[in-house]
Ligand binder design. Sequence first.
Ligand code: FAD
Length: 362
Amino acid sequence: MSDVVIVGAGVMGLMTARMLALSGCRVTVLERGEPGREASWAGGGIVSPLYPWRYPAAVTALAQQARQAYPVLVQELLDETGIDAELVACGMLMLDADDARDALAWADAQKELVLRYDSSSLRQRMPWLSSHWHEGLLMPGIAHVRNPRLLQALQASLRRLKVDVITQAEVVSASGTGSTLGSLTTSDGRKFSADHFVVCGGAWSRGLLELLEMASPPSVRPVRGQMLLYRLPPGTLPCMVMADGRYVIQRRDGHVLCGSTLEETGFDKGITDAARESLMASAARLLPALANEQPVAQWAGLRPGSPNGIPFIGRVPEKDNLWVNAGHYRNGLVLAPASACLLTNLLRGEQPSLDPLPYQCL
Ligand SMILES: Cc1cc2nc3c(=O)[nH]c(=O)nc-3n(C[C@H](O)[C@H](O)[C@H](O)COP(=O)(O)OP(=O)(O)OC[C@H]3O[C@@H](n4cnc5c(N)ncnc54)[C@H](O)[C@@H]3O)c2cc1C
């Protein structure tokens, strides 16, 4: 049995901890603040990349595997913990995408059902939309998950699996000899030794890996995303709707999320009036029922941006026992089950579930 210490209790750290614990490892998670309060909490929870045909094959491979895994995972978590992460397979309607041909070719290759609507069939079948859209592509298989609940369920599952999630434990230094990392030290002076260490530090992963003396840490950078929350009667919005990169999603209890901005503002997690106005305009365009509503909340999160959105999953070249699972950019919630599975396979020396090459840290 290996001892593993994971740094970061976002969706990636929690999901990786669960998979490693299920495979027989003794796992400890170190979290600087509270678990699941950063990007993983802030996200929309769409269980698909937005415009999935625009992503490289490496993202599609993880996404397709993870999408298959989600219904089983959510049911297992409900059975284990009584917490329902509310996976709702309502479909995603993408309006006036200017690359519909690419979408259809991708869907054909992936065996993904896509329904194409012209303006009159949109008006007829979806009278709750405004009438100015010319075309819609509906992917009925796409789901959303209530990410804050998913994070609660994962934490409850980890308690059952006897995984220690230690909060207010910021990793500040490391020690070891040669190519072996020996221990991590947290801001309160505690030392944590293990056989393996996994960095799941989201947008902070690059700094963390520098701290752990990785010579060329992967280029993970913060990309701020702001969201608005509205309240409408449940069932107002039958499917997720997206145009121009903005989307609306309705949860079972009626809450509607509208997201999200893409901002290169470093580690600033502040919210802005400009984003609120811009998102309110998008919300009204996507769902006219929101035009006269005021948002009940606004927040921001920092996505772990990476080149082409391809995450880094694997061992750090200079260290025999230091691993990374980070850089999932806009898709960390959807990709988490497949990324955690791949990392677990690699760390345990098992046959990997996917070709690990595209995700290597070089
Ligand atoms: C507005 C918005 C909308 C999004 N929508 C979606 C969506 O619909 N679908 C989707 O799939 N993805 C979406 N995402 C992206 C997704 O949220 C992220 O890719 C994912 O949450 C990344 O998870 P993570 O665990 O890597 O990072 P995080 O959730 O940020 O977790 C990293 C953790 O590491 C901890 N940490 C950092 N440094 C240290 C340290 N030194 N010591 C200890 N702990 C440390 C942090 O405190 C944090 O808890 C969205 C993101 C945003 C911001």
